[in-house]
Ligand binder design. Structure first.
Ligand code: FAD
Length: 461
């Protein structure tokens, strides 16, 4: 059977040959097996070879390189993890929170530097991140976020923009100001994931597609990776399957797969761009609980993404869930709410995909030398850059047993498990509804939610 391609624009426009790679051909051996060919798996393979070029690394992908979120995302090379600065400092310490924020900013630079060094044109534009207050009710949260960064001593380069200053960068309806963070970038997700795979193959890594892993059994002495095409024995294995992790034995409650959906316009004409501005390729977002994210492609399209599509009972992930017309309709509406100049512009593509949310929102990067099994997962929609840091940490831990990032809260972390069904389904549905109602009420009354509401306490990020 031909392995599946992800929905959407990125692989088709990646410039890569999408001819499927051969599947695994019966039983084999490798030094390290990586399960999943998204950014996490590929960056892990990348840094394993940096640390020890003699390693035989095999990447096993159920569908096609980039089939998961890595081939479907919103193009933000985000300098943040999903746990915000306040919560990060509360859970760890101000010093650790600051170190985590700095490590993430350096990670954006690392991705850009590797691409430069190897000549991978992933269309990275270092335009920063612009969080926009769309109405007075969103201003307090932006101001608070900035205060926290200041207190932690990591506000370098961050600028507060009033409505007039904002309009010199981008003209968004109802915007009354924003906060600019220079540390983020946009990327062409498809060019990055497919380019990385090609470069890995040139470095001697074997990537097999159309090969589904059904179990990873621990050592010692060796790890056994069972697939539908034969099994692999190895000294170490890395699980890099993000939203598909619950489908592997013993991981059913490790993360909650949540769908994020996207609409993408056709390239926009110069007249409309003149009305909008946005020449700097900033990543844009407001401060809604229900999450919106926008990016501008190098070929002049606008991408508008958001959460809100339903969670599916039993952490189900399936191609049928990649589209949800009520959510896509809302995104098309929000696109023209933000930019009235885009009314009538054709939508070229709409798609979606699952991201993985751990119970505490904290990503997990760990390797257990006793079993030979490692994993990195739980990015909650902030994995494009974070997966690079995960790859460096896993490679360090596998090859040397230690890492310079050992003090970061993601390293060695195991999030507590989600509740069993039907509790998980009930909680997810309640939260999705409650957060949407909070957004609607704030927009209607012009006032931010007061105090710590129940949904806020539940998401704690
Ligand atoms: C719509 C959407 C928008 C997003 N936007 C952004 C954004 O703008 N910025 C940002 O930072 N993050 C964003 N994210 C999140 C980000 O894309 C992910 O965190 C990141 O790509 C995760 O990479 P990964 O390699 O860990 O997982 P994935 O890219 O999901 O890769 C997992 C791979 O494992 C394979 N696999 C699964 N099960 C098996 C198995 N049993 N055997 C073999 N292979 C298997 C899958 O086919 C898949 O290719 C978004 C996510 C989505 C869905």
């Amino acid at each position: 059977m031909t392995p599946g391609l992800p929905p959407g624009h990125w692989l088709a426009s990646s410039g890569d040959d999408l001819t499927p790679r051969p599947p695994l051909d019966g039983a084999t051996r490798a030094d390290v097996v990586v399960v999943g060919a998204g950014y996490t798996g590929l960056w892990t393979a990348w840094y394993l070879l940096d640390r020890d070029p003699s390693l035989q690394v095999l990447v096993v992908e159920a569908e096609t390189v980039g089939f998961g979120a890595s081939g479907r995302n919103g193009a933000w090379l985000s300098p943040a993890i999903a746990v915000g600065a306040t919560e990060l400092a509360r859970r760890t310490s101000p010093a650790t929170a600051a170190a985590t924020i700095r490590a993430m900013r350096d990670t954006v630079t690392e991705v850009a530097d590797v691409c430069d060094r190897i000549g991978l044109d992933a269309q990275i534009r270092r335009g920063g991140v612009l969080r926009i207050a769309r109405g007075a009710h969103e201003q307090p949260a932006l101001a608070h976020g900035l205060d926290v960064l200041r207190d932690l001593g990591v506000d370098d380069g961050i600028e507060v923009l009033d409505a007039a200053e904002l309009a010199t960068r981008v003209r968004v309806a109802d915007a009354c100001g924003g906060v600019f963070d220079p540390h983020g970038a946009v990327v062409h997700p498809g060019r990055l994931v497919r380019g990385l795979a090609r470069h890995l193959e040139e470095r001697g890594v074997t990537i097999v597609e159309g090969t589904r892993v059904s179990d990873v059994r621990p050592g010692p002495p060796t790890v056994t990776v069972a697939t539908d095409r034969g099994h692999v024995t190895a000294d170490a294995a890395v699980l890099a399957t993000e939203a598909w992790l619950p489908q592997l034995p013993r991981h059913a409650r490790s993360v909650m797969p949540i769908y994020s959906l996207i609409v993408l316009t056709e390239p926009i004409d110069d007249e409309r761009w003149a009305q909008i501005g946005w020449q700097g390729h900033e990543c844009l977002a407001s401060h809604r609980y229900t999450v919106d994210y926008l990016s501008r492609t190098v070929d002049g399209r606008v991408l508008f993404g958001g959460r809100g599509a339903p969670y599916h009972f039993g952490s189900a992930v399936a191609p049928a869930h990649d589209r949800h017309e009520p959510t896509h309709a809302l995104l098309r509406q929000q696109l023209t709410d933000w930019f009235p100049a885009l009314a009538g512009v054709r939508i070229a593509a709409q798609w979606g995909g699952p991201l993985a949310m751990p119970r505490d929102w904290m990503p997990a990067f760990r390797f257990d030398p006793a079993t030979g099994i490692g994993a990195a997962y739980g990015y909650t929609g902030q994995g494009v850059a974070t997966s690079n840091l995960a790859g460096r940490v896993l490679a360090d831990l596998i090859v040397t047993g230690t890492t310079e990032f050992a003090d970061l809260p993601m390293v060695g972390h195991t999030p507590r498990r989600w509740e069993p069904e039907p509790l998980r389904w009930l909680a997810a549905r309640y939260l999705q509804g409650a957060l949407a109602r909070l957004d609607a009420k704030a927009a209607r009354t012009g006032r931010p939610p007061t105090g710590r509401t129940l949904p806020e306490r539940l998401i704690r990020h």
